[in-house]
Design a protein around this ligand. Sequence first.
Ligand SMILES: Cc1cc2nc3c(=O)[nH]c(=O)nc-3n(C[C@H](O)[C@H](O)[C@H](O)COP(=O)(O)OP(=O)(O)OC[C@H]3O[C@@H](n4cnc5c(N)ncnc54)[C@H](O)[C@@H]3O)c2cc1C
Length: 398
Amino acid sequence: MAKSIHTQVAIIGAGPSGLLLGQLLHKAGIDNVILERQTGDYVLGRIRAGILEQVTMDLLDEIGVGERMHREGLVHGGFELLFGGVRHRIDMNRLTGGKNVMVYGQTELTRDLMQARAAAGLSTIYEAQDVSVHDFDGRTPSVRYEKDGKQHEISCDFIAGCDGFHGVCRASVGRGAITEYEKVYPFGWLGLLSDTPPVSDELIYVNSTRGFALCSQRSKSRSRYYLQVPLTDKVEQWSDEAFWRELRLRLDGEGRERLVTGASIEKSIAPLRSFIAEPLRFGRMFLAGDAGHIVPPTGAKGLNLAATDVKYLSAALIQYYSDRSEEGIDGYSARCLARIWKAERFSWWFTSLLHRFPDDGPIVAKFQQAEVEYLLNSDAGSRTIAENYVGLPLDFGQ
Ligand SMILES: Cc1cc2nc3c(=O)[nH]c(=O)nc-3n(C[C@H](O)[C@H](O)[C@H](O)COP(=O)(O)OP(=O)(O)OC[C@H]3O[C@@H](n4cnc5c(N)ncnc54)[C@H](O)[C@@H]3O)c2cc1C
């Protein structure tokens, strides 16, 4: 075993949660090391989220990495719902008293965070294999891993499990200590990324008789489109031509006319799941981001929840080190879960409103149509969609 080192917080995972937490702690003078299973290039190659809420933008500004986001990101004050061939705009900005979201890819945000971490000379150990977490029930936890054929150990005060849904931290908790709530949806999202101008200035969420579609974007010249597909579909079955053909069939006349197609840069199928683990603290180990919860991507909440988890976690750890108070770490789980359940509810509801479920007959499509007509003709209904989509204020209802 190579010589053991000590750090205050060992962070497992260099996705958005781990990198954000690392910067927040560093800014407060708290020493941390990040262990990541993959290479940095692999982490950057994952095409995922693209919509940032105000709380996430504020967090990036707080740690001094928001400059490129403000320069290159696209501010969106609304989005469209295309229902039964008719478009309706949700004017988020008007309905929420001036709030917007920012279109800025997870890849770009991750790159900014990685660069800030490297510039500050902070330690990220990529390609750390067989990471395991130990003694988090006591006062001296540790993390072990293998790198370049050698075993290493890091002793620490706390472990932050920022290692995503398939990570090692949640899996290391005794079964009796954790409750997991889960709903798996009977379809997936086939995503296609292309260097083509977006079909519209804003996002379009489509409920059509052929299933859900989403016209999203990463910039003025890069589009991201999604199609609801059966879980049995394989990405190899979908040529670019087949994707564009199906998307056209789900759009309206204006969309079909304006759609610019091109070669895909990336294509993948993501399953949809709602998942929440309770609690999120186990002695001196905490779960944050996808390690503790998953939302279906319909409400664009995953990355934003990860950001608020680590905001709460950093505040709790800063309180611990500055005041020797455990109040923040004691309250971490409940504070996060209060926010998480509301975002989970919205993501589940928005998914149910927009997708065709295999066992639903025509009556459910009629219910969806009636619901959307009600919501869009009621200021309270439209505001409910808008205020959830832009993100509830921090500590809402607590
Ligand atoms: C197709 C798709 C579209 C999405 N769209 C949106 C969207 O529009 N808006 C939104 O807000 N969210 C969206 N999300 C969700 C968002 O991408 C996630 O919520 C976000 O990545 C969570 O960040 P994280 O750091 O918690 O987890 P992750 O990004 O999963 O990072 C976890 C990291 O831990 C590493 N790791 C795992 N196990 C180990 C181990 N044993 N040892 C060391 N390292 C380990 C992983 O390699 C990874 O780098 C989308 C997700 C997908 C899949």
